[in-house]
Design a binder for this molecule. Structure first.
Ligand code: AP5
Ligand code: MG
Ligand code: ZN
Length: 213
């Protein structure tokens, strides 16, 4: 099963993608997580990506597409995957389709997690991310067992660099301009599935699993 997660920053793509990956035993591939790992390891890619991410801008398509296509060709992705944060522009979606069609494959579902802009700011200001493993929490909606400490690996939780209110506003406007057109793109392909992302995390997941079967 090949699934794409669509939705605004903070809509809950990562939260739901992790659960989908577990339930269907497919890898969760998040371009944001890949870039953050590269920033942490101070790679050349990380240094380039950081200049865009810190401003709330998209990393240029040419730095993203090959990376993802390469990742999808790895052994663990042969039975499918859940893509979180990719594609994010029409050229990325077209590049993905081209790469898949070479293997006579295509995306099965594009799940759009819908959350109004007004709710996004609360989600982002309360989000805490693990400094080591990238796990994501929320101070109110999904608190860790011990404040400031990751349940999964015990490392410190931090506020993501791009979760400052000014940067969130920029990410939202970039989303509406460059990523929202993908909803029409996948509607045209007949694979869009819309889910109300304002419900609790478990309800959102139930709605998604009803769709995926
Ligand atoms: P990325 O890491 O993908 O960030 P994003 O799309 O802005 O989305 P987020 O990860 O912030 O939110 P999410 O939807 O995963 O929400 P989450 O589940 O954490 O990308 C970061 C940057 O990398 C981009 O800005 C760009 O620069 C670059 N980049 C990445 N991919 C790229 C690409 N393809 N092309 C170009 N550039 C790219 O949830 C948010 C919070 O809400 C959490 O605290 C969570 O606990 C809480 N929450 C989740 N669901 C619920 C719920 N139902 N109810 C209450 N709270 C909830
Ligand atoms: Mg995410
Ligand atoms: Zn952790």
């Amino acid at each position: 099963m090949k699934i794409i997660m669509l939705g605004a920053p903070g809509a809950g793509k990562g939260t739901q993608a992790k659960r989908i990956a577990e339930k269907y035993s497919i890898p969760h591939i998040s371009t944001g997580d890949i870039f953050r790992a590269n920033i942490k390891n101070n790679t050349e890619l990380g240094q380039k990506a950081k200049t865009y991410m810190d401003q709330g801008l998209l990393v240029p398509d040419e730095l993203v597409v090959d990376l993802v296509v390469d990742r999808l060709s790895q052994e663990d992705a042969k039975n499918g995957y859940v893509l979180d944060g990719f594609p994010r522009t029409i050229p990325q979606a077209e590049a993905l389709d081209t790469a898949l069609s070479k293997k006579s494959e295509s995306v099965d579902y594009a799940v759009d997690v819908e959350v109004p802009d007004g709710d996004i700011i609360d989600r982002m200001s309360g989000r805490r991310s693990c400094s080591q493993c990238g796990a994501s929490y929320h101070v109110t909606f999904n608190p860790p067992k011990e404040e400031g400490v990751c349940d999964a690996c015990g490392a410190a939780l931090i506020l993501r660099e791009d979760d400052k209110p000014e940067t969130v506003a920029k990410r939202l406007s970039v989303y509406h301009e460059q990523t929202q057109p993908l909803i029409d793109y996948y509607t045209g392909k007949g694979i869009i599935k819309e889910v109300d992302g304002t419900m609790g995390m478990d309800e959102v997941f139930d709605a998604i699993t009803k769709i995926l079967g």
